[in-house]
Design a protein around this ligand. Sequence first.
Ligand code: AMP
Ligand code: MG
Length: 401
Amino acid sequence: MNQALLSVDEALEQLLSGARAVSEVEEVPTLEATKRVLARPQRSTMDVPPMDNSAMDGYAVRVSDLKSSGAKLRVTQKILAGAVGKPLEPGTAARIFTGAPIPRGADAVVMQEHCEAEKDTVLIKRVPKPGAWIRLGGSDIRKGGEILAAGKRLLPQDTGLAASVGIKSLPVFRKVRLGLFFTGDELVMPGEPLAPGRIYNSNRFTLRGLAEIFGCELRDYGIVPDTLQATRETLRRAAAECDVIVTSGGVSVGEADYVKPAVEAEGSLLMWRIAMKPGRPLAFGRVQKSAFIGLPGNPVSSFVTFLIFVRPFLLKTQGVTEVAPRAIAARADFDWPTPDARREFLRVKWNAQGGLELYPTQDSAVLTSTAWADGLVDNPAGHAIGRGEQVRFLPYAELYW
Ligand code: AMP
Ligand code: MG
C-alpha cells in the first residue's frame, strides 16, 4: 500500500502541481461576468475621468481673478454634468455642478458654501488654491493602463470598473466541470425512509454547495453503491464528462472501500495519509483526462479537506492566480491545552469582543461544529493554545473564494 504520511503542505504542493488550468476562453457580456475568472488582462482605452471635471457643486473661476478675498465675479454660464461649457472669460465665473467638465480657462472650483450668489454675480468669500476641487482627466485611470489582471475572479466592482471604461464583454475561462459522487451503502437522501443503520447523505449537500460557491459547472452522480463495478462505471462516466472528479467516502482501507481499486483500475492513484485533523485519508489521481480527488466520508473531514485541498485545486484549474487563502491573526479566547500531534483545523466563532470562541466538541463526527463556526483555526501540530494568544484564523468568508 502506497501510504506515506504527508504534511498538509506537502500534499497541497503535490496536488497543485498536478492541477491543469482549463485553456478554453469564452467571451461573456460584462453584465454577466461576475464570479467568472478573467483570461486576459484588461487595459483602459480611455482616460478616467475623460476630462477635468468638478468635484463639487459651486463656481469655476480663475484664481488670478481673485486677488483679494471677497471678489465679486459675473456669472456668465451654467455647466451641468453631461454638458460642455464655453471657455471662461477673464473676470467671470461659471456656475458648475459635480461631474461637469471644467471650462477652458478656469483653474479652480469654489464650493457653493463659500460663495454668495446674487442676481448675475457671485461673491467669492474664500480664495481657492489652483486646482481646488478639480478632478483631473486621467487621474483615476490612464489610457492604456491595466485595470484588471488575468487570473482574477471578477467581483461586482471589477465588472463595474470594466464597464466604466466602456468594455462591454470580457474573455473568461470556461467553467470547470466538476463531477461529484458519494460512496456508501448506508446513505439515503432526506425524504427517504431512514432504516436502522442508515444515515442521510449530508455530504451531498455540503459538497454540492461548495461546488456552487466555487463557480463550477456541476455534474452530480449521486450515491454510488459500494461495489467495484458500480464505482468503476461511475468513474468512467464522470471522467468522460468532467475536468475534476471529487468523491466522498470509501478511501479508508475498510472492506467496503472501493474507491482505491476502482481508480487504480481506471487510471492511477496516490493514497495519502495526511497529518491533519480532521482529515487523514485523501486520494489523488487521474482517470483519463480528469483529475481525481477522493475525500473521506466523515462529514466534518470531507468539509474541511474540501476547503483545504479541493478549493485551491479547483481555483487553479479555473485559472485563478492567487489560490492560497488569506489567513488573519486573531485572538483565541479559549484554551486548547491538549493538542493533537497532527495539524488541526479547529471550528471557531467570533465573539462580541473580537476574539475567537471554540466549539466545545472538536470531534470530527460533529457536523454541528461546522455550521456553528465562522471559520477554522489552523493550529500547528502539537501546539497548545493559551487564552489570549494570537492564532492563524481562516474565516469561511476567505475560504469561500
Ligand atoms: P468512509 O470514509 O466511507 O469510511 O466513511 C466514514 C464515515 O462517514 C462513516 O461513518 C460514513 O457513514 C460517513 N459517511 C460517508 N459518506 C457520507 C455522506 N455522504 N454523508 C454523511 N456521512 C457519510
Ligand atoms: Mg464508506
